[in-house]
Ligand binder design. Structure first.
Ligand code: KIV
Length: 285
């Protein structure tokens, strides 16, 4: 079973960390069986599962359902639950909500940002036995403050700010940090100057690991797809073609066929035929 400690050791051993954001039992199970290291129950479920226009719209209750489903499908990977927008803006509520994810079977939580408040919350969680993954660079829960999906760390000064924030997160006790949408050389510089692993998304090839959203990876989500979201399959096409054919088979009567139907045993069939004939004769009398 992958633990936060193993994730830290992977960086020391120079082993790249593979991570996916996933939200349901089957996707989590198949990803786990394929050998993924980390499954994040990401708040990106807001867009790719719920169809909301922003991450900030997803609730704690919705995230709890997805977390339970993922936990049920996973035997080996480290399941990290994403703390949704405003679920940790009050200290005690943050601790309580993080604890709820752990009680559901997640083995770590993810929190965005690195201000003084966030750092103190991370310290409390980690010292209470809740491993925390940090999240810097583009932080979607701050979309209304940032003003859009903008690349972060685009100059030396900003890259230094991100590195300093990352060091503070490391000091506060995180076991890894997601770094989203920053130029590759800045991500390299930050990764090389931290002991905790940096898991990149849109942060180039030099980070200690990579994370993508499974719905992008399998081509199931047809909303906005950033350029870093490599598509390995076209599930939308598979679903559409399958449903089209199913509709046709239903309409033409091709589905279901004999093999797809339950049949009476021969003697029961004879009795059934005699019974329905009798009913028919009686009703025409
Ligand atoms: O919610 C999510 O999927 C994430 C990843 C993009 C890191 O936070």
């Amino acid at each position: 079973m992958i633990t936060p400690k193993k994730i830290l050791k992977m960086k020391k051993d120079g082993i790249k960390i593979s991570a996916l954001a996933a939200y349901d039992y089957s996707s989590a199970k198949y990803s786990d069986e394929a050998g993924i290291d980390i499954i994040l129950v990401g708040d990106s479920a807001a867009q790719v599962v719920m169809g909301y226009d922003s991450t900030v719209k997803i609730s704690m209750n919705e995230m709890k359902v997805f977390t339970k489903a993922v936990v049920n499908g996973v035997k080996n990977a480290l399941v990290v639950a994403d703390m949704p927008f405003l679920s940790y803006s009050l200290f005690d509520e943050g601790v309580k909500n993080a604890g709820e994810f752990i009680k559901l079977g997640a083995r770590a939580v993810k929190i965005e940002g690195a201000n003084e408040y966030i750092l103190s919350l991370i310290k409390r969680l980690t010292t209470s036995g809740i491993p925390v993954m940090g999240h810097l660079g583009f932080t979607p829960q701050y979309i209304n403050t940032i003003g859009g999906n903008f690349i972060q760390g685009k100059n030396v000064k900003h890259a230094e700010i991100i590195l300093n924030d990352a060091k503070k997160l490391q000091e506060a006790g995180v076991f890894s940090i997601v770094l989203e949408m920053i130029p590759d050389v800045c991500a390299k510089y930050i990764s090389e100057n931290l002991e905790v692993p940096v898991i990149g998304i849109g942060a180039g090839k030099y980070t200690d690991g990579q994370i993508l959203v499974i719905n992008d990876v399998i081509g199931k989500f047809d909303g906005f797809s950033p350029k870093f979201a490599r598509k390995y399959a076209d599930t939308k096409d598979i679903i559409t073609k399958s449903v089209l054919k199913y509709i046709e088979d239903v309409k033409t009567g091709d589905f279901p066929n004999v093999a797809e139907s339950f049949r009476l045993e021969d003697d029961e069939y004879e009795k059934f035929k005699a019974y329905t004939n009798k009913i028919r004769i009686e009703s025409t009398d």
